[in-house]
Each structure stands twice: as structure tokens, then as C-alpha cells.
Write a protein that binds this ligand. Structure first.
Ligand code: EPU
Length: 431
């Protein structure tokens, strides 16, 4: 299995460009199930999650052809097979994105229930509740959720998508996609406000949907009879951009970040500035900005609480924890989206971090230096946190099981090496 070997302690400096967003691209890739016309998506990152989604779409009669660098043309030509099988769903929880489009376009869907995962339980009750409000009916059969739409067409309704941890991002994506073809108007209350939802609404509207309010907690969708094809460019990845910002800060370096979705990163930038990191918007609009990020050796401690957007993103919690292990004092990090998302804590502790966890909160008491060590990646963002810690640590670290990282960061090691990191991909046998 692949591992990263990182010799830490080198200041990063130079320019990095941000790829298209994984979490935007996954629901966008499912949208062509809603139409019989081709949809061309550009800036689709080349990641294992994306390849798995393409594999899933293929089994559902939607072919995804690479027609240029990071550009995919998707075309639904066969609607006979509507079963998302466990072999694919178990590799990628975002497979649930096909549920809404299948129910809307075909009146039926069968999706293997995703199991638990490293960051927590991850139920889909809100997805199902939302779709039931539009008239779908579900039963559980042999580990699959089997959905059907009596009468064949969903009917618009008021849908409330709030849950114990806020709204649901992919649940909102599913209901919004499904409602585009429903009869009448759907209003989603307590909708997720994440920028990826806005990106999906923009694509669906370009396909002929009538969606307003995306990016706010109330989204209104006037159903249409059919959707058509279009060309669309995926938004840049805000989590990759935030990770690069921390890479600059944790190495006391300076990075110029191009194609940076600054507007989607306000909470993260607020925390960076509280830590004493300088973030400067050089040029471009706030959706695709050029930004320089630089920091000195002294980092201030701070408090971070993850929240639904526009709050601080859970997907940057591990990376910021790595940074705060080196701050000059005590920081408090509270996880309010996935209260169990702390698998990186024990691994960072192996590198000399002083971290004390109590329930959903971790207190980080800053240390002067981290020390390189062999550590184990456990999920995508935890892995990114460990890579960042290793970039700052004295000596050599080996990050095992980087296949987690490859799910969400395209050629991360090459891009970090291009700005001065000593990082190589190795084949660590017996992993
Ligand atoms: N939840 C429920 N019921 C549901 C759905 C969610 O209780 O039916 C709970 C979850 O357990 C969690 C909270 O609601 O506590 C939020 O979960 P959400 O549904 O918003 O998560 P998601 O849509 O499955 C997406 C991202 C995650 C990101 C979360 C939160 C994609 C493909 N995944 O997941 O990204 O952490 O939103 O922002 O978009 C990652 O990229 O590493 C990643 C895990």
C-alpha cells in the first residue's frame, strides 16, 4: 500500500493551483441521470471517489467519457438498471447522490445502504424523509433501500431537512435534484447552505431547472417537465484551498494560491487571521481568487467550533488542529458536525502533540516542535492533518495508508513538492 515519506521542517514557498471540488463534483456527476441529453463537466478532479462515481453511473446506464483534461461528458442512454450495488456503494458513501435523480427520472431506485464509516455513523434518514415528503415510498430489502414513486412522478411539497447536527449537505442535494422534475413547487426549509449546493443549483438551472434561494436555508424549486444538456465548470475545492493555506502557515512559509474559492472560506480565513496568519486577496473575484498566505514562526492559539456553512467546516478541523498543536498556548477545538471525527488525535500525539480530548472537544496545548514518526491515516481529512503535521515536524514521518488521501486530493505529494516540501510516495509493504 502507498505511503508518504515526509522530511519536515522546510518552509513552503511558491504557487499552487486549486483543483475542481470533489464534494461539488460528486452530486454534479449524478445530475445527468435527470436528462437524456449529454452534460459536459469540466474541472472534474481525478480522484478515486470520482472514478467510483463514474463506475456507479455506468452501471446505471449513464456513460461518462473523458473528453479532455479533467473534462467528462455524461450521457444517460439506458434507464433499465436502477440498482446502486453494495460493491460500489461501500467504497464511497456519496453514492447516495444518485437516489434523488433516479427517483425523479425513473420513479424507482434501489441503493445499498452505506455502512458506518471512520468519521461516525452517517445515517440517511433525512434524505429519505425529504424524498417521502415528495411522495416516494421506501422499504428495506436485503441491505438495500428500495424506493418507488406511486404514479411515477414526485409531487412538490414543503420539506424540512434539519437534523440533530444541522442540515444535511447531500440530503439537500438529493431533494433539490429530485424536486426539479416534480409536479409543482417544492420548498426546502433548513436546507444546507454549503457552496457545493449553490454549484449544484447552478448546474441544474443551466439544464433547465427553476431553483431559487440556493445558498440560503430556504430553497424553492418549481418543477419542470424535463431537463436538457449543458456544459458546466465545477467550482474550485474549498477544502483543498484551506489545506494549502494551513500548509503555508504551519511551515512559516508563503504560498500563492490560484483558483481559490475565497468567498467559501470566510470562517477558515477568520480563524487563520486570529492565529496570526496573513491572508491577502491579490486578484480575481472571490470565487476564483489569487490569494497569498504567509505566516511567521509565532502562532496564536484560538477556539474553533465546526458548524454547517457559513460556519467553520468540519472538513478542515484536522488540518487546523495540526496547526494549533504548534500555537503559543491552549486552543479549544469542538466538533459539532461529526462528534467522533477525531481519529487523527492519537496519531498527532505520536508526533509529540499535546492533545486532550473530552467528548466532542479537544484542547490543544501548543508545543515548540513536533517530531517525525510513522503514523496511520484513517480517513481523508485526518490524513491531510497528518501530512501537514509532518511538513512541520523535525525529522522524517511516514504516513501509511494514503489511499484515504487519494480520495480527495489530486497528486497532493507532487504539488507540495513543487513548492519545496520533501515528500515522496513510497510502497510500504505489509501496511
Ligand atoms: N445526518 C443525519 N441524517 C442524515 C444525514 C446526515 O443525521 O440523513 C447528520 C450526519 O450524521 C452529520 C450531519 O448530519 O452529523 C451532517 O451530515 P451531512 O449529511 O451534511 O454530510 P454529507 O452530506 O454526507 C458532506 C461531505 C462531507 C462533509 C459533510 C459536512 C460530500 C461528498 N461529503 O457529507 O465531506 O464532511 O458534508 O460538511 O459532500 C469529506 O470530504 O471528507 C467529507 C466527509
Amino acid at each position: 500500500m502507498d505511503a508518504f515519506q515526509i522530511e519536515g521542517g522546510r518552509r513552503l514557498s511558491g504557487t499552487v493551483g486549486i483543483s475542481g471540488s470533489k464534494n461539488a463534483a460528486l452530486p454534479l456527476l449524478a445530475a445527468p441521470l435527470l436528462t437524456s441529453e449529454p452534460v459536459k463537466l469540466s474541472d472534474v478532479p481525478d480522484l478515486s471517489d470520482i472514478r467510483n462515481m463514474r463506475r456507479l453511473l455506468d452501471t446505471l446506464g449513464c456513460t461518462a467519457e473523458t473528453v479532455g483534461p479533467n473534462t467528462v461528458s455524461l450521457h444517460t442512454t439506458d434507464t433499465a438498471q436502477s440498482h446502486a450495488v453494495y460493491e460500489i456503494v461501500k467504497t464511497m458513501r456519496a453514492s447516495i447522490c444518485v437516489l434523488g435523480p433516479l427517483l425523479a427520472a425513473r420513479g424507482q431506485a434501489r441503493i445499498a445502504l452505506p455502512g458506518g464509516c471512520a468519521i461516525g455513523q452517517r445515517p440517511i434518514d433525512l434524505h429519505l424523509r425529504g424524498m417521502e415528503a415528495l411522495g416516494a415510498q421506501f422499504e428495506l430489502n436485503a441491505g438495500d433501500v428500495v424506493g418507488r414513486v406511486p404514479g411515477g412522478r414526485l409531487v412538490g411539497a414543503h420539506v424540512f431537512l434539519g437534523g440533530p447536527f444541522g442540515s444535511t449537505v447531500l440530503g439537500t442535494a438529493n431533494v433539490m435534484s429530485a424536486a426539479t422534475l416534480a409536479e409543482g413547487t417544492t420548498v426546502i426549509e433548513s436546507a444546507a447552505c454549503e457552496p457545493e449546493i449553490v454549484d449544484l443549483a447552478n448546474l441544474l438551472n443551466a439544464m433547465g431547472a427553476r431553483i431559487t434561494g440556493a445558498g440560503s436555508p430556504r430553497i424553492t424549486i418549481d418543477g419542470v417537465e424535463q431537463l436538457g444538456g449543458t456544459d458546466y465548470r465545477v467550482m474550485p475545492d474549498r477544502i483543498e484551498a484551506g489545506t494549502m493555506m494551513v500548509a503555508a502557515a504551519i511551515t512559516a512559509g508563503e504560498l500563492t494560491i490560484e483558483n481559490c474559492p475565497l468567498d467559501a472560506l470566510r470562517a477558515a480565513v477568520d480563524r487563520l487571521e486570529a492565529i496570526g496568519v496573513d491572508v491577502h486577496h491579490e486578484s480575481g473575484d472571490a470565487y476564483r481568487a489569487t490569494v497569498t498566505v504567509g505566516a511567521g514562526r509565532i502562532l496564536q492559539p484560538c477556539h474553533i467550533t465546526t458548524q454547517p456553512h457559513p460556519g467553520f467546516p468540519t472538513d478542515l478541523q484536522a488540518q487546523f488542529m495540526a496547526l494549533l498543536t504548534l500555537a503559543d498556548g491552549h486552543s479549544v477545538i469542538t466538533e459539532k458536525i461529526f462528534p467522533e471525527r477525531f481519529l487523527h488525535v492519537a496519531e498527532m500525539t505520536r508526533m509529540g502533540a499535546q492533545l486532550f480530548r473530552q467528548g466532542p472537544t479537544v484542547i490543544a496545548s501548543g508545543v515548540r516542535t513536533l517530531v517525525g514518526a510513522p503514523v496511520m491515516a484513517s480517513d481523508l481529512r485526518a490524513s491531510a492533518g497528518l501530512v501537514l503535521a509532518a511538513l512541520a515536524a523535525e525529522g522524517t514521518s511516514t504516513i501509511h495508508r494514503v489511499y484515504h488521501l487519494d480520495r480527495g486530493y489530486e497528486k497532493l505529494e507532487e504539488r507540495l513538492a513543487s513548492v519545496g516540501a520533501r515528500i515522496t510516495r513510497i510502497d510500504a509493504d505489509g501496511d
